[in-house]
Unconditional design. Structure first.
Length: 311
């Protein structure tokens, strides 16, 4: 009887601990993994993606980032340009050299950006069941920092949701899930694969220029089911021409940015925001070589980026 009581008591304690601390799924890449779906990149994938280059045309996917860039508050951008001198305003050396330097004070999550695995979790639990207390400090992340990521070079796939829905831009709050993703891919004659970077074109970036207030108040985007579907395929990153990738308002209005922790914390899939997909969509580009060498700011959660698509 005593042994039965002990077993039941131990089970109750374990269950209580499980309920008290929401656990993210353990990484399929190992208990110590910090890279997530980047593990699905490979040299063979790079070689195959390079074969997609037929015209040599390159497309910058980053938008110009500045003071007027719409951003999720309180994110701001401030740049100060100073003159290089000896401190007195004089020229340098006998050759009277002059120059300029710059000091930037900017939130990393502004403009075109990559969200790292330390960006969002559930109740302070992040990727690979890692609690914030283990890696988050005010001076930078001890794990999952943007500086630890290798270059992301792979096949990129653009799904044009303006064609799928027959509207440009797609209406805010429109959520696309597996059915819509598969239909758009089939219409374009592409199949999504492990190791891909998948981008969605919604036409929403034009709204940033014409109506910044509307741009930030909602958006079309990925639904929770769509996020789970793409993660199950093994994609490395998912991005869109919107500021938060996912549909806003959310499918369940009681939730806050549900797609972010689903991709980042539960599946180790990176998020790319404010991708300028307009030129790719105008050229009816469905697949291309995707190249991203992110800045390596030590301990950074996110980074302003300018990936390049090459066809």
């Amino acid at each position: 009887m005593l042994q039965t009581f002990v077993r039941r008591f131990s089970l109750a304690l374990a269950l209580s601990a499980l309920l008290a601390s929401p656990s993210q799924a353990a990484s399929p890449y190992g208990d110590d993994d910090t890279l997530g779906a980047i593990n699905n990149l490979s040299p063979a994938k790079v070689v195959a993606a390079a074969r997609l280059i037929k015209t040599g045309k390159s497309y910058p996917l980053g938008v110009p980032t500045g003071r007027e860039t719409p951003a999720y508050g309180p994110r701001t951008y401030q740049l100060t340009v100073t003159q290089l001198s000896d401190g007195t305003g004089a020229t340098l050396g006998t050759n009277k050299a002059t120059g300029n330097d710059d000091l930037i004070n900017v939130w990393m999550g502004i403009g075109s950006q990559i969200d790292g695995l330390g960006h969002m979790g559930t109740d302070h639990v992040y990727y690979n069941d890692t609690h914030a207390s283990e890696f988050v400090t005010t001076e930078g992340l001890l794990k999952f920092g943007i500086d630890t990521l290798p270059p992301i070079v792979t096949r990129g796939v653009l799904l044009d949701m303006t064609k799928h829905y027959g509207m440009n831009p797609v209406t805010e709050g429109t959520a696309f899930n597996r059915k819509e993703i598969d239909a758009a891919a089939a219409a374009q004659g592409v199949a999504l694969e492990k190791g891909d970077v998948v981008l969605f074109h919604t036409g929403w970036l034009d709204v940033a220029e014409s109506d910044p207030k509307r741009f930030m108040s909602g958006q079309p985007g990925l639904g929770l089911g769509g996020a789970r579907y793409l993660a199950g395929l093994g994609v490395v990153a998912v991005g869109a021409d919107t500021w938060a990738l996912e549909a806003l308002p959310s499918e369940d209005p009681k939730t806050a940015f549900p797609v972010h922790p689903e991709l980042l914390a539960k599946n180790g899939v990176y998020i790319l925001e404010n991708m300028d997909t307009r030129a790719l969509a105008a050229d009816n580009a469905s697949e291309f070589l995707f190249v991203l060498g992110q800045p390596r700011f030590v301990g950074a959660v996110q980074a302003v980026i300018n990936p390049v698509a090459i066809r």
